[in-house]
Design a protein around this ligand. Structure first.
Ligand code: URA
Length: 209
């Protein structure tokens, strides 16, 4: 079973509600997405391995906690993943970044891959996949399959909203992948949109329609 983490922090929930509001402007949506992605990044990296190092404060030497040095890769699923990428990179500036281009065939709802460029050493990295909407889960599961083929072993999936159908699909295809989200919504509609959702995340963040 996929491990599902719903980040119920008040700031995350408040910002998400503003993002759901159809009256929120493109600029407002983008700003909120940046802010919420920092908070989600905090949660998805919560279990990174730690060690200690010696530091000298102005007052004395001490053994202080530090990251073990496990390297990270952020993989943005184009195009909406880029909205999460900026905020997460702000928190983890040394992470390597990859991109996977997938679009959803509107009729079959199946993913079609048109681009990929990811770090070569994924087997050495904690890989965080960024896609705001875990809807059918078909494209998300396909992206994870591709990353595993390229050597990734420790994969987490970071999204803003998840549908039960998407969580189930990911659990079946990739039970080892931990999903972190701000909310688990009710269902998908007949067009594959998350309900109540926030609409098309790419359109909302880039102002397209
Ligand atoms: N992608 C979106 O942008 N929104 C949805 O509701 C589902 C998939």
């Amino acid at each position: 079973m996929t491990q599902l983490t719903i980040v119920d922090h008040p700031l995350v929930q408040h910002k998400l509600t503003l993002m759901r509001d159809r009256e929120t402007s493109t600029a407002g949506f983008r700003q909120l997405l940046r802010e919420i992605s920092l908070l989600l990044a905090y949660e998805v990296t919560r279990d990174l391995p730690m060690t200690t190092m010696e530091v000298e404060t102005p007052l004395q030497r001490m053994e202080a906690p530090t990251l073990l040095g496990k390297k990270l890769a952020l993989i943005s699923i184009l195009r909406a993943g880029n909205g999460l990428l900026d905020g997460v990179l702000e928190l983890i500036p040394s992470a390597r970044v990859g991109f996977i281009g997938l679009y959803r065939d509107e009729k079959t709802l199946q993913p079609v891959q048109y681009y990929d460029k990811v770090p070569a050493d994924l087997h050495e990295r904690v890989t965080i996949v960024l896609d705001p909407m875990l809807a059918t889960g078909n494209s998300s599961a396909a992206a994870v399959t591709l990353l595993k083929e390229k050597g990734a072993t420790d994969i987490r999936f970071l999204c803003l909203l998840a549908a039960p159908e998407g969580v189930k699909r990911m659990a079946e295809a990739h039970p080892d992948v931990r999903v972190v989200t701000a909310a688990l919504d009710e269902r998908l509609n007949e067009k594959g949109y998350i309900m109540p959702g926030l609409g098309d995340a790419g359109d909302r963040m880039f102002g397209t329609k």
